[in-house]
Write a protein that binds this ligand. Sequence first.
Ligand SMILES: Nc1ncnc2c1ncn2[C@@H]1O[C@H](COP(=O)(O)OP(=O)(O)OP(=O)(O)O)[C@@H](O)[C@H]1O
Ligand SMILES: [Mg+2]
Length: 495
Amino acid sequence: MVNRVELRNISKSFGGISALKNVTFKVMPGEIHALVGENGAGKSTLMKILSGAYTKDNGQIFIDDTEVNIKNTHDSKKLGIGIIYQEFSLVPELSVAENVFLNQLGRTGFWMKQGKLQKEAEILINSIGFSINPSSKAGDLSIAQQQIVEISKALSEHVRILILDEPSAVLGPQEIQKLFDTLDRLKKEGVAIIYISHHLSEIFQIADRVTVLKDGTSSESLHVSETDRDSIIRLMLGRSLEAMYPVRNSIIGEEVLRVVDIYQADKVRGVSFGLKAGEIVGIAGLVGSGRTETARAVFAADKREKGKIYLSGKELQIRSPREAVSKGIGMVPEDRKQHGVILSLSIKINISLTDFRGVSYHFGFIKAKKESNNAIELIRKLAIKTENENQEVGYLSGGNQQKVSLAKWLNRNCKVLIIDEPTRGVDVGAKVEIYNLINELSDKGVAIIVISSETAELMGTCDRILVMRKGQIQGELAKNEFSEEDILRMSIGAN
Ligand SMILES: Nc1ncnc2c1ncn2[C@@H]1O[C@H](COP(=O)(O)OP(=O)(O)OP(=O)(O)O)[C@@H](O)[C@H]1O
Ligand SMILES: [Mg+2]
């Protein structure tokens, strides 16, 4: 059987750093091939070489056993290669339809009336199981919807090779299932699919084979049916993982936060809950259930219409995230690219920033030595893969950027810390480090809210879980009542 894609002895360095060393990787038509590895292992770099976004230093690329020369993204498109990048590539000012057909719009001879463009986009989006208004501006969509537009865009041309770089990171369980149905259909049509994910369970669900990248070198490709989770983790980390969720002895104190009957547009409809010092409370629910909006309302990132919030018994009067931070409330947002980190600044400065993006930072008060040491300590604890603390965040791998965004808040002295999707995009080893840090904070008495789409993560880390549905709290479970089934049942509103 011929390979659809063969990457042979590919090497790539950035400056003095070698990201890929003689990597070999083969994918057959009609195969879903998973590519996994730690943050910074080189997965995205390898795929960007195939898509023409980066040029290789050495090595060869074969498509259907013929050597090809991919100099830019145009060359790769001509060869039938479609890619969904880890970072978003939509133009926020353009409509959904314009984004879906962006690649074709510039092409000579391709011209469609707006009406036809929208109709075609709608048909395409529906064909993969979703419905999004094609005339909406891309920038107004939720991140899950943006991802669906990215997928539609990749499928707007006839692809023979489809690369998906962590497509599921921003999707909910139902959306992921629809994506898998689409991949299954494409696989039957003979498309060669390369699927990158940190969720190993997904790999066992859809992939035929899996290849592990470690520090820029590739392992042998394994048949998924002949391997298991522990073996893959060992290849990724070079060691096995004892326990995913560290044991915790919670010492719960006085109530710190009380939220009473808050409303925000039609997204949050009468939410009330309390949170104690040293307590970790999870918020479960489907994408769109109002979890993030509840957090944003507490953090004053959105204006709430009704309700009261008390901090240590005193009514909280804040109108902006900056004021929230000054009162001791922190929030790690789910959409880190937009709100979490500033890509053009160093790790050290990002960690030291005292405020939300775009707000002035008090350089005058930063004690250089202390800040460096702080950053170095967090880089070590979170195993952020970088040369040093002065590296620009934009040059880090996706997962390592996430870690910086988290480190920045772990560095604050907060009374209340809200973390939206704490481990999105990070590898299994780093997840455990993040759970350890969250535990450390709660041991110090910080009251923590964790929002997560991974039910297992909430059950493994929280003292209590609130389940949201349609802007309301549908139910609450204490630690001894946690059950995946009950959480799902409450999330979807079944009895
Ligand atoms: N444009 C760039 N400039 C400098 N270094 C880069 C650049 N792109 C990637 N790197 C480095 O190359 C290495 C591999 O990064 P890559 O993004 O391929 O990792 P990854 O396996 O996709 O990780 P993640 O799971 O976090 O997305 C990292 O050390 C990263 O810092
Ligand atoms: Mg990556």
